[in-house]
Design a protein around this ligand. Structure first.
Ligand SMILES: Cc1cc2nc3c(=O)[nH]c(=O)nc-3n(C[C@H](O)[C@H](O)[C@H](O)COP(=O)(O)OP(=O)(O)OC[C@H]3O[C@@H](n4cnc5c(N)ncnc54)[C@H](O)[C@@H]3O)c2cc1C
Length: 437
């Protein structure tokens, strides 16, 4: 039986950040990833010379993930797109009123709407999001924005920033905070795709001494006297460690603890509202309308963006663009969603099929396993698991108001800090919680 200070289950961004944080504190760590490579939904693939992220991925420059990557010394090259794009409304295209000038010129809004939207965008940074409490996005928007078109535009901006379209569940505070960050700091499209981030995270972890074991599935979190005691692998081997970080989705975590009646875990799983979307990733020889890089649907939950405008994603001059249709918990309709995304492409870039080099359609991919919504009945998720010492959780479902990869990175830091604190507390009580098995 091999012995470690801690086992991290899951090799996505949350798992990699957790492992780095524990290794920085001189802990002996093994990270288990069931697939053939680390990265999870942060990975990318190369198709016909072009790098495809799993759907368009933007790194929020004021977010927790960006801050952690900078702290670890990762090289984050790429560019920040401008928001001077197009709006899609009733099958047509209009300038997106994303700038003061765009707003004045917009044919979508009357003078009242322009004034209202202008005031709102100028005043948005002053909104004290922590004070909005349990207000949903719809409640906030209906109270604050009276012009229907101005409201459509604000919903679309919020949807694009959070990937969420559930305005009757989404808490206004965290969603507006995300939009504040986007408008203030912008986003980064990364050269080489997000694979370049996760590869560097893995290298950093390994330099710090973490054993990254890919193709290794955890089958069960072992317990002893009310504490995590290690992990049994799918091939039957056992790893001994008192500290475990589970950086896997909540349903997977419950399966890793068969027979454990841990109310918090079941609640986190049952109350989660995963965000799913349909994604069409395209590699093109050229962009049919060269200056059309960015478009947001106002009456349809779609988004188009040309990542190659600001980041390097191929060596052969091809262009990588991403289209997304945001779905709600009920999911979408794979075939209809694909046709909608193709029609959107036709509207923005007529004749695009002649320029197609490669495509990938993801009919329903989970963007985040949870977000801040009204359906949570208790305190935020993690990092500790009430009722089981030595187990902490991380992942994009364990955000404390952070969203997406920022929730993964922030929760991973919390999980590692909580596990280290548990170890220190146990040591001062004369009980070494490491190497208990
Ligand atoms: C289409 C799309 C667009 C997105 N856009 C953005 C964006 O613009 N900005 C942003 O910040 N975020 C974005 N995200 C979200 C971001 O990709 C995720 O939040 C983040 O990558 C999740 O990391 P994670 O480590 O929490 O989970 P995951 O990446 O899912 O990692 C979990 C890992 O655990 C492994 N695993 C599961 N069970 C086991 C087991 N039993 N044993 C061992 N390993 C196991 C899985 O194989 C996986 O690798 C997007 C996601 C998608 C899908």
């Amino acid at each position: 039986m091999q012995t470690y200070d801690a086992v991290v289950i899951g090799g996505g961004i949350a798992g990699l950040v957790s492992a780095i944080e524990l290794a920085k504190a001189d802990k002996r760590v093994i990270l288990l990833e069931k697939t053939g490579k680390a990265g999870g939904r942060g990975g990318s693939v190369i198709t016909k010379g072009a790098v495809f992220n799993l759907g368009g991925h933007a790194l929020f420059k004021e977010g927790e993930a960006f801050a952690a990557f900078r702290e670890y010394g990762l090289r984050l090259k790429g560019g920040s797109p401008k928001t001077d794009g197009k709006a899609i409304w009733r099958g047509g295209i209009a300038p997106l009123p994303g700038t003061a000038l765009g707003l004045l010129a917009s044919p979508l809004l009357g003078w009242r709407g322009k004034a209202q939207l202008g005031r709102l965008l100028v005043g948005l940074q002053a909104v004290r999001t922590q004070e909005l409490g349990h207000v949903t996005l719809r409640e906030w928007a209906e109270r604050t924005i009276h012009d229907p078109m101005a409201r459509h535009i604000v919903y679309a901006l919020l949807r694009t920033s959070t990937y969420c379209k559930e305005i009757d569940f989404q808490l206004a505070g965290p969603a507006i905070r995300q939009l504040q960050r986007v408008l203030r700091g912008g986003v980064l499209y990364v050269d080489g795709g997000w694979q370049s981030i996760v590869t560097q995270l893995q290298e950093k972890a390994e330099r710090l001494g973490v054993t990254v074991s890919v193709g290794t599935k955890a089958a069960e979190i072992l317990r002893l006297n009310g504490a995590a005691a290690g992990v049994r692998l799918a091939d039957g081997q056992t790893l001994s460690a008192a500290g475990v970080i589970a950086a896997v989705p909540p349903a997977e975590l419950v399966k890793l603890l068969p027979g454990a009646e841990i109310a918090a875990l079941r609640r986190w799983r049952d109350e989660a509202r995963p965000i799913a979307s349909a994604c069409l990733d395209l590699c093109l020889k050229r962009l049919p309308v060269p200056d059309r890089h960015f478009a947001i649907g106002l009456d349809q939950p779609v988004f188009f963006t040309n990542h190659s405008r600001v980041s390097k994603l191929s060596d052969n001059g091809t262009i990588v663009v991403h289209l997304i249709k945001y779905n709600d918990l009920g999911g979408g309709h794979p075939k209809e969603d694909e046709r909608l995304l193709e029609r959107t492409m036709e509207l923005l870039h007529p004749g695009w099929r002649d320029a197609e080099v490669a495509r990938r359609y993801l009919p329903s991919i989970t963007v985040a396993y949870d977000y801040a919504h009204t359906g949570r009945s208790g305190p935020p998720v993690g990092p500790d698991v009430p009722g089981l010492r030595g187990l902490c959780v991380a992942g994009d479902w364990a955000g404390h108001d952070e969203l997406l990869a920022d929730a993964s990175a922030a929760s991973a830091k919390r999980a590692a800090a909580a596990l280290l604190l548990q170890a220190r507390t146990a040591q001062t009580k004369g009980r070494d919680i490491y190497h208990v098995v």
